[in-house]
Ligand binder design. Structure first.
Ligand SMILES: [Mg+2]
Length: 337
């Protein structure tokens, strides 16, 4: 069997809550190895995936990958997987990452050289503050002093108090992510008030499928509106032109690096801005995603920093700026335990 995998329960440095998952829950990363290439993904209930569905997908993918004579042909492999099984994008992303890592290692070059991307052009990542009592969120902001940009999760009864408390202690740029929590009218009202707190952008203010609601919010708000839950893959981007200002691309949501790059090109062709985001994941996925940031406008790649038992290291963060490793492949190193 070409796909070897292991499942890791991710332990978090703090409980992490968002509006559509108000109670904390177990997050599990799946780490994959294919012929020396390493990949990983974190399945998300919201997108219909669990570690069980990922393992079932691997059972289907194993004979397909086994029969490929040339695993360097990543485009062909991933197309075949897409033709065989719909969805299952976290499972596909783990495989896509492993094949990219494998190919770049075989060529003896870092992944960014495979794409001709300038590693000095990586972005600064935001640091995410999960939902909590306003005083606790203020406290978490105070602890995040090394990060020049914040992403603040909202969708509570005291959203404005949270931002007000944070603004009492810092002037850093803030991205607000409501994770689908607001009605369109509520969103317009809250965004108008958030303008005075120097918020930079609003992510997914309302329900994922409510594109008319997103359009209504954008037409009645001064802040840029970004879609996250409303868009998974490149074929969902054209309908968002004129509806939002930008999109959030995540590897575990779209199926891997090939599709993420396709999304970047499609988004650019529709004059949409691009954020590279993540789930709470280990350093394998985050390092792979960091390689995309020279092609994007915003980065929210702190998922590994919220994990206390990450056995890998790769991308590092220097006062918020993502620093890519220069080893061959994605550049992941497993820590000695
Ligand atoms: Mg989001």
């Amino acid at each position: 069997m070409p796909i070897h995998y292991s499942i890791i329960d991710l332990e978090l440095t703090h409980p992490f809550k968002i509006s559509r998952r108000p109670t904390d829950f177990l997050r599990q990363a799946i780490t994959v190895e294919i012929d020396g290439g390493i990949g990983a993904a974190t399945p998300t209930h919201f997108y219909g995936e669990t570690v069980d569905t990922v393992q079932e997908a691997f059972e289907i993918f194993n004979p397909i990958i086994d029969q490929f004579k040339d695993l360097d042909a990543i485009q062909s492999v991933m197309s075949k997987l897409d033709d065989t099984l719909n969805g299952n994008y976290a499972a596909k992303s783990a495989i896509d990452l492993a094949l990219h890592d494998r190919l770049a290692k075989r060529l003896g070059i870092p992944l960014f050289k495979l794409w001709g991307v300038d590693p000095s052009q990586t972005l600064h990542t935001s640091f995410t503050i999960g939902i909590d009592e306003p005083e606790q969120m203020q406290h978490k902001v105070a602890q995040a002093k090394n990060f020049p940009i914040l992403k603040v999760k909202l969708g509570t009864e005291h959203d404005l108090k949270i931002i007000s408390k944070i603004r009492d202690i810092t002037n850093k740029p803030i991205y607000v992510d409501a994770n689908t929590a607001w009605s369109p009218k509520e969103a317009i009202c809250k965004i108008e008030q958030l303008e005075s707190f120097n918020v930079a952008l609003i992510e997914q203010p309302t329900q994922a499928k409510d594109l008319l609601g997103l359009k209504f919010i954008r037409e009645n708000s001064k802040l840029p509106i970004f879609a996250d839950e409303s868009v998974n893959r490149s074929n969902g981007i054209p309908r968002l032109a004129g509806i939002v200002d930008g999109i959030n691309i995540k590897l575990s949501k779209c199926g891997g690096l090939l599709e993420a790059i396709r999304m970047i090109h499609v988004a650019r062709s529709h004059n949409l801005q691009i954020m590279i985001g993540c789930m709470i994941e280990n350093s394998i996925s985050i390092t792979a995603a960091a390689h995309l940031t020279p092609l994007a406008d915003f980065a929210d790649l702190d998922g590994n920093l919220l994990v206390s038992n990450d056995p890998y290291s790769g991308v590092t963060v220097d006062r918020g700026k993502l620093v890519l490793p220069d080893q061959p492949g994605i550049g992941i190193v497993k820590q000695q335990s």
